[in-house]
Design a protein around this ligand. Structure first.
Ligand SMILES: Cc1cc2nc3c(=O)[nH]c(=O)nc-3n(C[C@H](O)[C@H](O)[C@H](O)COP(=O)(O)O)c2cc1C
Length: 218
């Protein structure tokens, strides 16, 4: 699979089967991802890999935390969206709910679907991605390169994924199980596994036309 095909094949999976991802496949994906470029090759990222019982335990931790306390992310997750971005966000959200047959007015069903995030959509593996706080936005940019490399490599290895900012809501849960210092900021988790036949996995949100992205030349 070439990069173009991986880019066009990758999509967010929100319902996984129980089939585990073999350790050597996860390692191959991370070996690919570490090839990502970064500012002065500082590689200002860290990952915590959760599989098997650890992944299941973290899943339960996230579900419990989401039911009992407010998120305390390392990075801001509350934005005031400008109208153009808010429109895309709403369209994507409603598109997902439409795929699931959830009516716009059914806020309970929407909440239930949102809560599937904390269960990592039942993925058998998750990778938690950190960026070093000393390099501010550039560490986040570099970690974004790492993230994309990981998602594309997963695709080429036949593994499905979903990047999840929701899994950065309670960094203390991840810190409790991994030795990661406070200088590392948790950006997101990535659910990894094999998608099942659930209709949610057919959702493909549209992209803006190039004319909306590329600035006109003057
Ligand atoms: C940094 C990042 C965080 C995301 N967080 C979530 C999340 O918490 N929950 C979720 O269901 N999807 C999440 N997504 C997936 C996006 O919703 C998805 O990438 C976007 O709608 C485009 O769809 P596609 O990935 O299927 O192409 C996230 C994606 C990125 C890149």
């Amino acid at each position: 699979m070439d990069v173009s095909e991986a880019l066009r094949t990758r999509h967010s999976t929100r319902s996984f089967s129980a089939r585990p991802v073999p350790d050597d496949v996860i390692e191959a994906i991370l070996l690919d991802a570490r090839e990502a470029p970064s500012w002065s090759n500082t590689q200002p990222w860290r990952v915590a890999v959760a599989t098997g019982a650890t992944c299941d335990a973290l899943r339960q931790d996230f579900i419990a935390a989401s039911q009992t306390r407010l998120p305390t992310p390392d990075v801001n997750q509350l934005f005031t969206y400008p109208p153009g971005l808010q429109a895309r966000r709403r369209e994507t959200g409603f598109g997902l709910y439409e795929t699931l047959g959830i009516a716009k007015a059914d806020s309970e069903a929407r909440t239930r679907q949102f809560e599937r995030n904390h269960a990592m959509f039942d993925a058998p593996a998750a990778v938690f991605l950190f960026a070093h706080q000393a390099m501010a936005e550039y560490a986040v940019l570099d970690a974004g390169c790492f993230l994309m490399a990981m998602l594309l490599s997963a695709t080429s290895h036949g593994v499905q994924s979903c990047a999840q900012a929701v899994l950065a809501s309670y960094p203390d849960l991840v810190r409790a199980r991994y030795d990661v210092g406070d200088e590392w900021r948790l950006l997101c988790g990535v659910a990894l596994g094999y998608e099942d036949g659930h209709v949610v996995n057919t959702f493909r949100p549209a992209r803006a036309p190039l004319s909306d992205i590329v600035l006109a030349r003057r």
